[in-house]
Design a protein around this ligand. Structure first.
Ligand code: NAP
Length: 256
């Protein structure tokens, strides 16, 4: 809904990934003037449609629309973003649930890179409902993706470096370039950079380039592993969206 340029890029990438995986996707693009009632009606129509296994409402929504209300209207069984309070609650207590795609992607990225979180001190920077908070929660669960000791930092943390320097794994999800710099990590730490920030760059046709929340050049000299931006967490987010959608289709077919 609306003209957020980054949202358009994300939606395009998700549509392309669906096509590549053989999943049918239908884009319902609407102007920023769309009323909340009309958006809720569209979500309800998709809830009822048996041909639809997954519903994703691309955020952010225009300010006149209550995002929480829209998310709460999505059928939890089709909530492939994992933002519905039912899925959030189930995830919190370790029950089967749709897990939010970015946090889930981070956990699989670490696992498949041979980096276990079990027994490690993980510092998460950022407490949003879509990244930092679910990630911190998942990391505390007693399973093969979690079992970590977790510190969750935010703008109320007076000395961020005091905490990040104690971390085996630092996960930056603050939405600000250079939030994590080389002096804020210990030698050999792992850095996962979730941030996607557009900064002006006159050498680019678009006029901008993408950077993460960590100073990549500085941190790579000290870290044992670090994810790039773009190309690190972003593709994993889309992958986990496809994973959730396939899971939903399997459940609907009685094979979940
Ligand atoms: P958000 O809703 O803006 O939340 C940012 C969080 O970081 C807030 O909790 C904020 O603290 C905290 N924060 C900001 N500056 C900080 C600082 N200097 N020190 C400590 N904490 C700080 O952002 P989000 O939706 O979680 O997204 C975070 C970043 O990840 C963004 O760059 C976004 O574009 C990116 N992202 C990437 C993907 C992907 O697939 N790669 C997916 C989602 C998001 P307060 O709560 O105190 O304000």
């Amino acid at each position: 809904v609306g003209e957020d340029p980054a949202s358009h890029v994300y939606v395009r990438n998700k549509i392309a990934a669906c096509a590549e995986a053989g999943i049918t996707s239908i884009e319902h693009r609407r102007d920023a003037t769309l009323s909340e009632a009309d958006l809720l009606a569209l979500v309800e129509q998709l809830n009822r449609d048996p041909a639809v296994d997954g519903i994703l409402v691309q955020l952010p929504l225009p300010p006149h629309i209550d995002s929480a209300r829209v998310i709460a209207t999505i059928d939890p069984d089709k909530d492939v973003d994992g933002f519905h309070p039912t899925n959030v609650g189930r995830m919190m207590i370790g029950l089967p649930a749709f897990i939010p795609c970015t946090p889930h992607g981070v956990l699989h990225l670490l696992k498949r890179s041979g980096i276990s979180c079990s027994g490690k001190h993980v510092v998460v920077v950022g407490r949003s409902n879509i990244v930092g908070r679910p990630l911190a929660n998942l990391l505390t669960l007693k399973n093969d993706l979690g079992n970590a000791t977790v510190t969750l930092c935010h703008t109320g943390t007076p000395d961020l470096g005091l905490f990040t320097r104690q971390a085996d794994i630092v996960i930056a999800a603050a939405g600000r370039p250079n939030t994590v710099t080389a002096d804020m990590i210990r030698e050999g730490a792992v850095v996962v950079d979730v941030g996607v920030n557009r900064i002006p760059d006159a050498t680019k046709k678009s006029g901008f380039r993408l950077v993460g929340d960590a100073d990549f050049a500085g941190c790579s000299a000290r870290a044992s592993a670090i994810t790039p931006v773009p190309g690190g967490v972003g593709p994993m987010t889309i992958t986990m969206l496809l994973f959730n959608t396939v899971e939903s289709a399997r459940r609907a077919a009685g094979r979940g």
